[in-house]
Design a protein around this ligand. Sequence first.
Ligand code: ADP
Ligand code: MG
Length: 264
Amino acid sequence: MPDNRDSAEGAPIITVRAMSKRFGDFEALTDISIDVRRSEVLCLIGPSGSGKSTLLRCMNFLERYDEGEVRMEGELIGWRDDGAAPRRPLPSAVLREQRKHIGMVFQQFNLWPHFTALQNVAEALLRVKRLPRDEAFARAEAALGKVDLADKAGNHPSGLSGGQQQRVAIARAIAMEPRVMLFDEPTSALDPELVGEVLSVMKQMAAEGMTMVVVTHEMGFAAHVADRVAFLDRARLVACVPPAEIFGATPADERIRAFLQTYR
Ligand code: ADP
Ligand code: MG
């Protein structure tokens, strides 16, 4: 894993400014401004339908935001930055270039069933990064080692548990050496006994300085691993604060209190 702690720790990697997103007449995100700082773990929590996935997906332009800006190290994500109105999206080759720096892990693992774990991790390095085969496979092996699956490199997804499959998906993202990793409920599809192994890999990544945005219902992870916790409710960012302000004391905001009640 690249050492992200070498420079400017705490400086924003992603800045979201006054960002709004509609689906037809429905406003899924309203006037969101938030930074993702280098080497931080930012957890996104909030009720179902509050806009967490949409916010994550706007960060890599899987969803086109309508208003405002998402920038990665200053560069406008998704839209051409030429001041033209209406805005036009970037050419797909440029967008692909931007996305190389943003890893994403979904609830569903999306592994290729006919490939081994190792091939699954190597594939993006071959196709997207166009690395030579031996280099791609060497990097893929190292990435599998990071998620503690060196011994399962030859298994196909059908021969892996859900937790192991999700760790392969994480290895696949790590191998690309992204500047930031986005996780959308990475443990929600797992049997309860498999959640821990995935969270512990994520915790390890955090300790090594990876910048991470994590949508999660794992309040223990948010409380103990996050540097900051953002709470979304009905398309709005209600708070973005250190976890102690949400989990330690009684939160001032009634919406946060009501949400946390559902976990007791
Ligand atoms: P969360 O991840 O917090 O559960 P989402 O970001 O998935 O919430 O969704 C926020 C709101 O936007 C929900 O009301 C959802 O129904 C709506 N939504 C999400 N994606 C679409 C879409 N592609 N088309 C229409 N509505 C959508
Ligand atoms: Mg969601």
